[in-house]
Design a protein around this ligand. Structure first.
Ligand SMILES: Nc1nc2c(ncn2[C@@H]2O[C@H](COP(=O)(O)OP(=O)(O)OP(=O)(O)O)[C@@H](O)[C@H]2O)c(=O)[nH]1
Length: 89
């Protein structure tokens, strides 16, 4: 998780990635010992991401498909919002 946090923050700091929406998929939520979304949010220090980077953390279970559609819909929403802001300028 430490490595994932470092890489995530490195990627979002790059200038061409400013404002690019981030979808974090918290998979394997059906397993008893999986980290909860709030634990992941904390461990990845999502709150410290640049305020210009919209993000969403989606709990999923790839086995049943739970959360996959919602995650992609959320990503789509964030992309559309970003496009609208860009065209308003
Ligand atoms: N229980 C459970 N198993 C999953 C889930 N998603 C994937 N797996 C299983 O985890 C194993 C590894 O999946 P891969 O798709 O190869 O993923 P990977 O990124 O190579 O490996 P991981 O780091 O384990 O995720 C496979 O046996 C999958 O069936 C899930 O949501 N729940």
């Amino acid at each position: 998780m430490e490595e994932a946090k470092t890489e995530l923050h490195k990627i979002t700091r790059i200038s061409e990635n400013q404002g690019v929406p981030v979808l974090i998929v918290a998979n394997k939520q059906d397993l008893r010992n999986s980290l909860s979304p709030s634990e992941i949010e904390k461990l990845l220090a999502m709150g410290e991401l640049s305020s210009s980077a919209p993000w969403h953390l989606q709990p999923t279970c790839a086995i049943t498909g739970d959360g996959l559609k919602e995650g992609l819909e959320k990503l789509h929403d964030m992309i559309i919002k970003r496009l609208n802001v860009a065209t308003e300028k």
